[in-house]
Design a protein around this ligand. Structure first.
Ligand SMILES: [Fe+2]
Ligand SMILES: [Fe+2]
Length: 400
């Protein structure tokens, strides 16, 4: 899982019932926890804690119907499961190309010490959010690896090996936080964070997109910094080339999983859901990143150009498997995204005021309606029919 897993239901957090980041200060080193609001006031040592505001579009943790997953991957019940393909994928994961890749050096601390002022804060936030998103993938894949062991040991082992990768990614990001004298308390995070439930088919759509969009984000940043080394302000980006190959492999595995479940790809409902998940993931990334332009500008990127590149490439990739995708290359799509950014800025401004939550919620209503309107209009733009040619093997009557 990569930087943008958590993106569905972009307007569901307005009531602020979700947990928030807290920081407990301990000499010069801080543990960053995720806590429910009721436990967020003091540390064990009684020292003051700095609340890091959880944003509207913060990374989420996911859970699913594991019993249904077991049924879906039962080789006796599902004859579409291409065991040779999964066996080949398993061998690739076992090869563990990045076993020795994530090794730190002294450049990290030196670079972190040089980052000061607002850019330092925004780097910390980038590391926290990325670590949370990677860790979210670790938890989900670990549980799937455990639960599918009996019904499909091959698929189960792949999930376990993917959780290995995500743990490595999360751990590496957490080590990065130590350069800034911080650490995420991942054990606490596991218990305190709210989990979003998705049915298996929605886990497939969301996770596939998350992995692929993660791949495109990492590889785009890596290539940009390779050609513009003056913006290489922190060495973690040098690791993105191999790192993103992990995300690409994870995405390919979900692609194989979806091909084994053609009922999730070959009807009108699948087309509607594919477009819905594409829209949710793209809009959430765009709104998130436009709130953090200082980060992207700090590494020499134009935020909106970067995001549009990532969206277009992810959409082209998704078109190989999803039966329908959005027409993101139509300039009207970007215009709609930009209008959503403006609306989101107004919503954020309301959240910043000192007014009561009742007044804030009342003031939000017209903006939420406007945002919903833009989302619906983007969703209803004429889509692009797409899909994998491989599906013809399963559904010869369907012409893609
Ligand atoms: Fe991943
Ligand atoms: Fe990852």
């Amino acid at each position: 899982m990569a930087a943008e897993m958590a993106l569905i239901k972009p307007i569901s957090n307005f009531t602020r019932t979700s947990p928030k980041f807290i920081t407990s200060t301990r000499k010069s080193f801080s543990i960053v926890k995720m806590a429910t609001q009721s436990t967020a006031s003091t540390t064990k040592s009684g020292k003051p804690k700095k609340a890091i505001k959880e944003t509207l579009l913060a990374p989420r943790f996911y859970t699913t119907d594991f019993d249904e997953m077991e049924t879906l991957f039962n080789t006796e019940m599902n004859k579409n499961l291409n065991e040779a393909e999964f066996e080949a994928l398993l061998q690739e994961f076992k090869t563990d190309y990045n076993q020795t890749h994530f090794v730190r050096n002294k450049e990290f601390k030196e670079a972190a010490d040089k980052l000061q002022g607002p850019l330092r804060q925004i780097f910390v936030e980038f590391l926290e959010r990325s670590c949370t998103a990677e860790f979210s993938g670790f938890l989900l894949y670990k549980e799937l690896g455990r639960r599918l062991k009996k019904t499909n040991p091959v698929v189960a082992e792949i999930f376990s090996l993917m959780s290995r990768d995500e743990a490595r990614h999360a751990g590496f990001l957490n080590k990065g936080l130590s350069d800034f004298n911080l650490a995420l308390d991942l054990g606490f995070l596991t218990k305190a964070r709210q989990y979003t439930f998705f049915k298996p088919k929605f886990i497939f759509y969301a996770t596939y997109l998350s992995e692929k969009i993660g791949y495109w984000r990492y590889i785009t940043i890596y290539r940009h910094l390779k050609t513009n080394p003056e913006y290489q302000v922190y060495p973690i980006f040098k690791y993105f080339e191999n790192w993103c190959q992990d995300e690409n492999r994870h995405g390919d595995f979900f692609s194989a999983l979806m091909k084994a479940q053609p009922q999730f790809l070959n009807d009108w409902k699948a087309k509607l859901w594919s477009r819905f998940f594409c829209l949710s993931v793209y809009v959430t990334m765009y709104l998130n990143d436009c709130q953090r332009t200082a980060f992207y500008e700090g590494i020499g990127l134009n935020t909106k150009e970067f995001d549009m590149h990532v969206i277009i490439e992810t959409n082209r990739t998704a078109a190989r498997i999803f039966p329908a995708v959005l027409d993101v290359e139509n300039p009207e799509f970007k215009r709609k995204l930009d209008r959503m950014v403006q609306i989101n800025e107004k919503l954020l401004a309301i959240g910043e005021t000192e007014e009561s939550s009742l007044v804030k919620n009342l003031k939000r209503i017209p903006h939420v309606a406007a945002l919903a309107n833009e989302l619906l209009a983007a969703y209803l733009m004429p889509p692009i029919d797409s899909g994998s040619v491989d599906l013809a093997e399963f559904e010869p009557q369907v012409v893609y």
